[in-house]
Design a protein around this ligand. Sequence first.
Ligand SMILES: [Mn+2]
Length: 366
Amino acid sequence: MDTIRILHAADLHLDTAFDGLPDVQAAERRKEQRELLTAILRLAKKQQVQVVLLPGDLFDGGKHYPETIEALEQFLKDLTVPVFIAPGNHDFYRAGCVYDKMFLPENVHLFRHDHIECVDMPELHLRVWGAAFTDSVCPCLIHDFIPEKQPDTIDLLCIHGTVGKDGVYNPMPPELLAESGMDYVAMGHSHTCGGLQKAGDTYYLWPGTPMGRGFDETGKKGVVIADIAPDVVTAHFAPLNAREYCVTEVDITDEDPLTAVLQAIRGNTSRELYRIILTGETKEPIDLSTLYRVLEGKFYSLDLQNRSKLWQDLWARVEETTLRGAFLRRMRDKMDAAPPEEQSAIEDAARWGVAALDGAEEVVPL
Ligand SMILES: [Mn+2]
């Protein structure tokens, strides 16, 4: 029996608001989400996939722009092969929802019910099972899902949800995945590709979102091409060329902040969205707005955060007529009397003591 080649993409979150970006860039990023559909289409053609599985969160769920609906309709039609959509928590199916307002081409099957149904395609020796979220939360959908196996038939399940016993997003315990007898379960929900995994003889995978949408979605994003045979599945992650979110910490202790940042971000970063977090200790306060102005042009978007600390002299307030001053004088006398090998421990004790007196969370740096 032949192998079936599929393209598996999820969590596109089309029409995301991109609240963290100025309006013009947010609109540009939504356009890039639509353009991503073209990239996925090109990949599907190049890889000659026979079936496309889209297990949920195709839309982010806020506003739906007409351009996006048009682009998605065109994408689905141009794929020409059978396409399966299993709505998730962000694009759950309900009468009158966005899917009902769309033109769904004949090659597309939309799962509309919160119980599993089957689409039989004997010409491909294939059955595709699936279900929809019909609300923003969904109990486990695969209880008692143990369909009878058919000879020479591959079984795929297209479904949004998580793996495990608990949770409100269709939690699927591995033992139930194993019992289902599916050859491959195409999941969506988690935004980072989980790689190919197995429960019993059932392979499962979630590809993650094909385009990062925030600093909690860093690195390369993409879709999955999988070859599915009754006994073995191979899957490879196909990264798409979307802008990346990057988070970098830069220690500016004893460094000029600009020089330190430029050293840390070498290479062309003009397409990417960066969060740079300054850490360490400085002798002078940092002029963050000037640093931002110098750096912002090097990125598509820059979020510059200062978590560095201003250096403070522990002993500067030793003459104060306060409890802190009295404590520091006692500690300094101890330091003076102590052998050199004990001095750093006493200094540490002084720092912790000052921090405690100030109700601070961290000790004063040296
Ligand atoms: Mn989801």
